[in-house]
Design a protein around this ligand. Structure first.
Ligand code: PEP
Length: 243
């Protein structure tokens, strides 16, 4: 399979009211009219999907959800199904983000069910994996991530509907990043466990200063960006770092 261009995805998390979200999306859409060498994806809070989708219309910037329920519909108060995300204009959904695995107790099998739901609805699943700091210090990072992949990626994965995001938990929102050697080692290990051609994103404190170095590493097929995706200038600078 030919190499894909990188994917730069912004995870806005639980940030943004309507006016801010629309302004940010419009700013990103305007910048995306310039030539760029990556695919762009924005994942706003569920409340802003419609408004952000409208602001991005025609820009080529894709829309994604931050999570989905495994069921297509039903008595699940507060949840959003993959089908609802698809209906709202999403092409992607993040599943298994560490803030859900570690903050809300989601298991590998929960993540696997959500990835299956994403595929059922016709969405691309961005399956997040990553070790805790103590696991890295104990030399168990690759083993932990391998186990997460085995438990979280459903049977039938293809390069067209699976993206893996390697996000060391200790690097998310902290300003810390692994060494480039550690990123290379982990991405190579992930590559051996997923279909050829599926993108592997790095996530964890990516910013305009470190993006070019990280994005140039072997098997790094883009970035999942949290904090820096909330400023159009920074998000665009990361996109521009794709070579
Ligand atoms: C994330 O939450 O997916 C993330 C990578 O956050 P940050 O870029 O802020 O570390």
């Amino acid at each position: 399979m030919p190499d894909r261009i990188p994917l730069v995805a912004g995870n806005w998390k639980m940030n943004g009211l309507r006016a801010d979200g629309i302004a940010l999306a419009r700013d990103i859409a305007a910048r995306a009219a310039a030539p760029h060498r990556c695919d762009l994806l924005v994942c706003p809070p569920a409340t802003l999907l419609a408004a952000v989708g409208a602001a991005l219309a025609g820009s080529g910037v894709a829309l994604g959800g931050q999570d989905c329920h495994a069921a297509p519909s039903g008595a699940f108060t507060g949840s959003t199904s993959a089908e609802m995300l698809k209906d709202a204009g999403c092409s992607h959904v993040i599943v298994g983000h560490s803030e859900r695995r570690h903050g809300l107790g989601e298991s590998d099998s929960d993540v696997r069910a959500k990835a299956s739901a994403a595929w059922r609805a016709g969405l691309i699943a961005i399956v997040c994996v990553g070790e805790m700091q103590a696991e890295r210090e104990a030399g168990r990072a690759v083993a932990v991530v391998s186990s997460q992949l085995a438990g979280s990626v459903p049977e039938g994965a293809t390069a067209d509907r699976l993206v893996v995001a390697y996000e060391p938990v200790w690097a998310i929102g902290t300003g810390l990043t692994p060494t480039t050697a550690d990123i290379v080692e982990m991405h190579a290990a992930i590559r051996g466990r997923i279909p050829a051609g599926a993108r592997i994103l790095y996530g964890g404190s990516v910013n305009p200063r470190n993006a070019a170095e990280i994005l140039a590493l072997p098997e790094v097929g883009g970035a999942l960006v949290g904090g820096a995706s909330l400023k159009a200038e920074d998000f665009w600078a990361i996109a521009a770092a794709c070579g």
